[in-house]
Design a protein around this ligand. Sequence first.
Ligand SMILES: C[S@@+](CC[C@H](N)C(=O)[O-])C[C@H]1O[C@@H](n2cnc3c(N)ncnc32)[C@H](O)[C@@H]1O
Length: 373
Amino acid sequence: MWISRFGLGAGDYILDPFCGMGTTLIASGCRGIPAVGIDRLPVAAFLAEALQMFFHIRPGQLRETFQRLLEQVRRTAPAHVATDVAIMKVAFPAETLLALRRWKAAIDRLKAPLREVFLLLFFSVLEPCSYTSKDGQFLRLRRDKLPADPEVMLRKKVEQAEQDLHRIGELGWTSNFSPFRVVLEDARTIHSGWLQRPPTVIITSPPYANRYDYTRTYSLELCFHFVRDFAELRDLRHQLLRSHIESRVSRCEGIPHPAVGEVVEYLSAREKTLNNPRIPAMLTAYFVDMQKAIKRWRDVLAPSARVALVVDNVRFAGQLLPVDLVLSDMAEQEGFIIEEIIVARYKGNSSQQMGRYGRLPVRESVVVWRKPP
Ligand SMILES: C[S@@+](CC[C@H](N)C(=O)[O-])C[C@H]1O[C@@H](n2cnc3c(N)ncnc32)[C@H](O)[C@@H]1O
């Protein structure tokens, strides 16, 4: 939507500094617009990159490869996984975990781009094969769930992917596709060396200030491929933007905006009513980090570049924090011009908040800024 709304074309260069699984990048690539993505979470950077590898696969190739894997999988020694991470001890039935580790080892032996594409399909079956479900910002353990069989699920994913390949061919995306680059780095320290040239636009959705911990949501994928053990997983958590409850604030980090100060003070005085006492620290850390990111955008963007940011406002202990307005104010202090703040939708509160503090829908907005010419 933002690509057409901004009238972007092949002369533009799109940056998504929190690219996740690459939605913006794929949309840009299919329209022939050069783009670059950044994400500090290895599974996100991997998936975004792997998505475009589908364009190098011919129809039928995934089905053939699946058949070959099927012959090898029982003879393959199981791959290493980070079994010392608590969720890995309870997420799968023992036999399923063993089968998944064998599939993983067999897939690891494939060559690029089939290896990347099959890893992507493999990651997509972990949740259905487990007792877990991704639920907003959490990975919930659901003992009532019946985990699927890895072979059945993978076969299903391969068939779906074959159909997608067919559709991609029909839509003619392959011929116009503009490949994008994904950088596994921290958006708070972005510098021009990661970019081909100054981006003319940012389209992104940063983590929300609402206890999002991507190392938990994606812990199964991380434990199967990207971290060797719990220590590595924890280190990674502390390299992400501090939108999560384990965020640490150092003594030298002050409150970055008066509205944040007011809310943090209010919540700190009511610590006992919060469902987690670390929420005030998380909010401080979150805005310090976003301020750093905004400063970097000011430095690397081309003159007159636009920024479209999807953000969620938050409410804790009945206290609303208008994230869209605070970030826009910070951007203005860094020299950006605020063009629009568009309400995307209103979200209801949790029933707990509603019962205690009354109904107050919370905005999800798109903020649009422009760097001066
Ligand atoms: C709301 S999600 C983005 C979703 C994305 N628009 C998509 O369609 O998949 C935010 C992303 O920010 C990433 N992230 C968190 N901290 C980061 C950091 N310091 N630098 C870069 N990316 C980070 C997370 O890993 C996550 O993928």
